[in-house]
Design a protein around this ligand. Sequence first.
Ligand code: DX5
Ligand code: ZN
Length: 222
Amino acid sequence: MEREPIRIAPSILAADFARLGDAANQAAAAGVDRLHVDVMDGHFVPNISIGPIVVQSLRRVTRLPLETHLMIEQPDRYIDAFADAGATTLIVHQEGAIHLHRTIQQIRARGLRTGVAINPATPAAMIQEILCDVDLVLVMTVNPGFGGQEFIADTLPKIRAVREMIDRRSLHCELEVDGGIDPSTAPRTVEAGARVLVAGSAIFHAADGIAAAIDRLRAAVR
Ligand code: DX5
Ligand code: ZN
C-alpha cells in the first residue's frame, strides 16, 4: 500500500514559553506542517500546562495548523473554548471521554479536525469503533503528563495493530506517535506504521537549533 509522507509535529511544551512566537516561526521556517499543543489540567495528568488563551496567542503569530492535545477531564466542556481560540485539530483521550462518540461529533460540528489518543496501557481495540469517525489516532509512547520521558518500546506492537486496523478498512486517518520520539526511536515507530511524529525535547532542546533538529529527525526516518 502506498504510504503518505512522514510528518513532524513539534510539541511546543518543550519550547521556551517566554518566546513561543519565535519557536513557532522557527518550526514553520523548517517546513513542518503543524504545531502540537499540549493541554494538561492537573487532573487527567499530574501536570498543568496551558489553556485556550495560549492557543489564541499562537494563532496570531503563525499560520501553521494548531493540533491541540487535550490531556484533560471532561473535554466536552472545552471544545468551544479551543475552537474559538483557533485550534485546527482537537485530540481527546479515549480514557478521558466517557461519551467519546458524542465528543468527536461535537468537535466535528465546530468544523475542526478530530483525533483520539490512547495511553500506553490502553489496547488498540478500545478505538476500533471510533476509527472511521476521526482524522487522526495518537498512540502515546509515554504516559502523558510530562515532556522529556523515555520512549516505551512496548507500544510498538500496538502501533502496528492500529496501522493494520486503518489499512484493513482503507481509512484516511493519520497515525501519530507522541512521547520520547528522537532520531533513535522515530525509525522504530515509522517501521511499525506511524506517519506523524510528535517531538518536543528532541526539537526544542537541541543545542544546534530547531531547524537542525527537525532535519535530523527527518533524515532518521528517510
Ligand atoms: C506528553 C506530551 C508530549 C510531550 C512530548 O504528555 O503529550 O506531546 O510534549 O515531549 P517529548 O518529545 O519531550 O517526549
Ligand atoms: Zn502531546
